[in-house]
Write a protein that binds this ligand. Structure first.
Ligand code: THU
Length: 153
């Protein structure tokens, strides 16, 4: 059959199945979304929420908190880490992040280092939109070549 008379290949759209890790992180997504609604972001008007599942399964959420002296504000991930540490937990199993105005909000550079402090290389980082988990990365994908050394401490 000449190429010109070949039937065009029809692409049938199929709903992409939710990955197992995304499905299992639904509660984390919901906690991050609820936390986002509690942000204090009157200057940037850019609400962000984060929720951490610690090693014992407990969930610790946080939102960004801004201060009129702008550099003194902090990120949603940082609030969530604070809650986790104050609850007596020190290891992150997985974390979800959501920003109201972005389809995918990847943690800022400083938060990557803060998250890495309490994570393993295979800790999962779920990036969410308004519907749920949209993309999942491992911590070592989000922050390759993270700063670490045994010389300090
Ligand atoms: N923000 C976060 O909460 N997490 C991030 O990873 C990126 C930025 C906040 C900080 C500030 O309140 C607002 O988003 C705009 O930068």
């Amino acid at each position: 059959m000449p190429a010109s008379s070949a039937r065009p290949c029809r692409r049938v759209p199929v709903a992409s199945p939710m990955s197992r890790s995304a499905e299992m992180a639904q509660d984390l997504f919901e906690a991050a979304r609820e936390a986002m609604a509690k942000c204090h972001a009157p200057y940037s008007k850019f609400p962000v929420g984060a929720a951490i599942r610690a090693d014992d399964g407990s969930i610790h959420a946080g939102a960004n908190i801004e201060v009129i002296s702008f550099p003194e504000g902090w990120c949603a991930e940082t609030t969530a880490i604070s809650h986790m540490v104050m609850a007596g937990q020190a290891r992150i199993r997985e974390v979800a992040v959501i920003a109201e105005k972005l389809d995918l909000c990847t943690p800022c550079g400083g938060c990557r280092q803060r998250l890495a402090e309490f994570s393993a290389p295979d800790t999962l980082v779920h990036l969410c939109d308004a519907e749920g988990v949209k993309k999942t990365l491992r911590m070592d994908e989000l922050l390759p070549y993270a700063f670490e050394t045994e010389v300090i401490g």
